[in-house]
Ligand binder design. Structure first.
Ligand code: KG4
Ligand code: ZN
Length: 343
């Protein structure tokens, strides 16, 4: 039996979870600060790290109590080492290192995106060769995973991440923060009537969303100047339609080229109901291909996903040294087990 305590604090959530063996969670706690940052229309890094300091001991106490274990019972402590906000990452890392030193437990530094990808191990083992469409507030990538924990980035964003584009469009349309879930909801009940440009239709697996975002913003500004009122629901639906078409077409093309057996969606935007449905329909049309989706509770930042990625590392004896430091700009490919940098 193994018990892994995982800590995630890369942005504005302080989250902890206890994983028993492959996929049994004894507890999971998330202290979100979203209400505080909503007042500013985005995450304020300084406030995020201060709030983490305030709540970290409370979250630790709660996650252990809910799991009904003592800290001595754990076999390893896992923590997000990057990428993310440096001040936020520091709080989680210092707690993990303190536990590791004080209770003589192995330390596992986890890449945040490896966590998002392995959230797809929540219900069953991922199938390889695998393609993960990573879509979060800071990342948009197509990651080919030929075998467990072997990461190859075959496409990436050249500018804005998908979640970032959603949130910026949300801000212009004066929607509550974060805009992503709100736009998803509005899009579900409206018809896409506005004509928006197709981003980066160049045959590559790279993404570019800043042109699309600017098109929405310009449309809105021009209408406002002319005193016209736009239909926000229809604009949300038009924006979402272009985003989903691009994401799905590129993912399907990449899967064809690399002989992939299973696709997953990872990161906060994997909670998008329109994306989940449209990707399922595309996969159903392709024989020999399946789709893995993280449960809704595991889409946006949480510590269960960090524990699931850490489990892969634990089973392969990949541990970090106690001088581990936070890495705000960590490269996912360097995390490949058997690669050159699992520090
Ligand atoms: O993975 P995550 O929690 O944080 C990062 O690692 O970035 O992702 C947060 C992002 C935000 O941009 C948020 O707007 C977006 O995920 N998001 C969504 C939905 N739910 C969250 N975007 C579109 N549709 C959703 N339903
Ligand atoms: Zn994330």
């Amino acid at each position: 039996m193994s018990l892994i305590l995982a800590i995630e604090s890369s942005c504005d959530e302080m989250a902890m979870a206890v994983l028993k063996d492959e996929r049994t969670f004894l507890s999971s706690v998330i202290a979100s600060q979203i209400d505080v940052h909503a007042m500013y229309g985005g995450v304020v890094p300084e406030i995020a790290s201060r709030k983490h300091v305030e709540c970290v001991s409370i979250v630790l106490k709660e996650v252990l109590e809910k799991a009904n274990i003592a800290i001595e019972d754990i076999d390893a402590v896992a923590v997000t080492k990057g990428p993310g906000l440096v001040g936020s990452l520091h709080i989680g890392l210092q707690v993990a290192k303190t536990i590791s030193l004080a209770f003589d437990k192995p330390l596992i530094g986890v890449h945040h995106i490896a966590g998002h990808i392995y959230a797809n191990n929540f219900e069953k083992e991922m199938i390889y060769p695998h393609m993960s469409l990573v879509v979060s507030g800071g990342h948009s990538e197509l990651v080919l995973i030929k075998a467990p924990f072997q990461f190859e980035i075959v496409g990436m964003t050249l500018d804005d991440a998908v979640g970032e584009a959603y949130d910026k469009v949300g801000r212009v349309l004066q929607l509550p923060y974060p805009g992503g879930p709100v736009i998803d909801k509005m899009a579900a009940s409206a018809i896409p009537t506005y004509d928006l440009p197709n981003p980066l239709n160049d045959g590559s697996y790279n993404f570019s969303f800043s042109g699309l975002k600017s098109a929405v913003i310009n449309l809105h500004h021009n209408a406002t100047q002319r005193g016209e009122v736009l239909n926000k629901e229809e604009l949300a639906a038009s924006f979402q339609k272009v985003v989903l078409t691009t994401l799905i077409n590129k993912t399907m093309a990449a899967c064809q080229e690399f002989g992939v057996k299973e696709i997953s969606i990872a990161g906060g935007v994997s909670a998008n109901r329109g994306l989940r449905k449209a990707m399922q329909e595309a996969v159903d049309r392709r024989e020999g291909l399946s789709l893995s989706l993280p449960p809704m509770s595991c889409c946006t930042d949480n510590a269960m996903m960090i524990a699931l990625a850490a489990k892969q590392m634990y089973d392969n004896n990949v541990f970090s040294s106690i001088d581990l430091s936070v890495r705000p700009n960590l490269n996912l490919e360097d995390e490949t087990i058997g690669g050159n940098d699992n520090g």
